[in-house]
Design a protein around this ligand. Structure first.
Ligand SMILES: [Zn+2]
Length: 266
């Protein structure tokens, strides 16, 4: 079992698991790629002061109808089981941060509000972009739920960087989507980084690997280099949302690949 907890000063981090999705590589890398790829969904639970923060929210109870045939989900347990195992109920969650609006990141948060006492945070720029996506795009599916959340008061739109709870700071790093946000977690020098889909798995630590689904590949590349450089300088563990096994790593710059993952130091 891979390590799935971190203590960063008084901030406690637990990495949850919402199963594995399988899809054609073409859905990730762009048209014409025939291989299948597997991705995990490692949402992050942060206990900090009186707040219980969930960062990203998996695929939700079931695959959205619009993605049937394109994605398959395999699960032994869900994010909700992990929350319970961590000793928490859905009522205790106070904040849910959505890195962006792709369906594999928002599932348990918008369908309907599964966390009755939480505020869900998304960037306004991410919503604006999702509104402009083609009908069949996964990102577009979140628009009506986010708009409803804003009307009903359980969703808050952010306009840039900010602290969501003590020791939980979002930073906009676009490229994969507009208004894509990463999260720095921790206290003082004791930080970890949630990269979301800016660098969601070990292969994506290479800045030159560009996803067909990145809306702005050049921004993705530049932001990936800047953010991973900062993580290395700060010696901050990096949480890789879509990496099935080694989802908690340190990053080191490497001549051939840009960056590589090394096991976490104790
Ligand atoms: Zn994703």
């Amino acid at each position: 079992m891979a390590r799935d907890t971190l203590e960063l000063g008084s901030v406690k981090v637990r990495i949850l698991d919402d199963g594995i999705f399988i899809t054609d590589a073409g859905n990730v890398f762009g048209k014409g790629k025939k291989a299948k790829i597997r991705g995990a969904m490692h949402a992050v639970l942060v206990e900090t002061g009186d707040a219980l923060v969930l960062i990203d929210a998996g695929f939700g109870p079931e695959l959205p109808e619009a993605l049937e045939g394109r994605y398959e989900i395999q699960r032994q347990s869900t994010l909700m089981d992990g929350l319970k195992e961590a000793g928490h109920s859905v009522e205790e969650v106070t904040h849910v941060i959505l890195s962006h609006l792709d369906p594999d990141h928002v599932g348990w948060a918008l369908n309907p509000p599964d966390f009755p006492n939480a505020t869900v945070y998304a960037q306004r720029a991410a919503l604006d972009e999702a509104r402009e996506m083609p009908e069949e795009d996964g990102r577009r599916l979140a628009v009506s739920a986010v708009e409803r959340g804003v009307r009903e008061g359980w969703c808050e739109l952010l306009d840039g960087d900010g602290e969501i709870a003590p020791g939980v700071r979002v930073e906009v790093r676009s490229g994969h989507s507009e208004g894509h946000q990463i999260v720095w977690i921790g206290e003082g020098e004791d930080l970890a980084l949630f990269t979301a889909d800016l660098a969601p798995a070990k292969i994506w630590l290479n800045p030159d690997l560009i996803a067909g689904v990145d809306t702005d590949p050049e921004a993705a590349r530049k932001n990936r280099i800047e953010v991973l450089t900062e993580a290395e300088e700060r010696n901050a563990p990096v949480i890789l949302y879509h990496e099935p096994k080694d989802f908690l790593v340190q990053v080191r710059s490497s001549d051939e690949k840009g960056f590589e993952a090394v096991p976490l130091e104790d």
